[in-house]
Design a protein around this ligand. Structure first.
Ligand SMILES: [Cu+2]
Length: 140
């Protein structure tokens, strides 16, 4: 009895693998344009955390007590803002609107994250975990 049940389970697993392999093959062969390329490279993940810092910090924004401080600040083009996270709750910095899309920190409880502003303008941001936490960076 136990042998029979074991074999049945094995067949089911094999069938599952076969279906997966078939789907995978079909997905690849459908890409005729990419036939000459060796493999599809995976999309990079989380590049914003490493590429945004490239200068001395002109302004530090404290992220504590459920608020950004200062909430509103002005810097010059090319200057870097560093957010220093130190609170009981984790927070993040997320730009509002298309222009501020690059402002996109991970969720941090203690630590810092920097962003260099290369275009003049007014950048609004918030903490997506606590949308009442908001700030504005004006870049002149
Ligand atoms: Cu928050």
């Amino acid at each position: 009895m136990s042998m029979v049940r074991h074999r049945a389970a094995s067949v089911r697993v094999l069938t599952g693998l076969l279906v997966t392999a078939t789907l995978f093959t079909a997905g690849c062969s459908g890409d005729s344009d990419d036939a000459g390329k060796p493999t599809r490279t995976p999309r990079p993940v989380n590049t914003t955390t490493t590429q945004t810092y490239d200068g001395p910090t002109a302004l530090t924004v404290d992220v504590s007590d459920m608020s950004f401080s200062p909430a509103d600040a002005t810097i010059k083009v090319g200057e870097t803002v560093t957010w220093e996270f130190d609170d009981k709750a984790p927070h993040n910095v997320q730009g509002i609107g298309d222009k501020a899309m690059g402002i996109n920190s991970p969720i941090i409880k203690k630590g810092e994250w920097s962003y260099t502003f290369t275009q003049p303008g007014t950048y609004r941001y918030l903490c997506t975990l606590h949308p009442d936490m908001r700030g504005t960076i004006t870049v002149e």
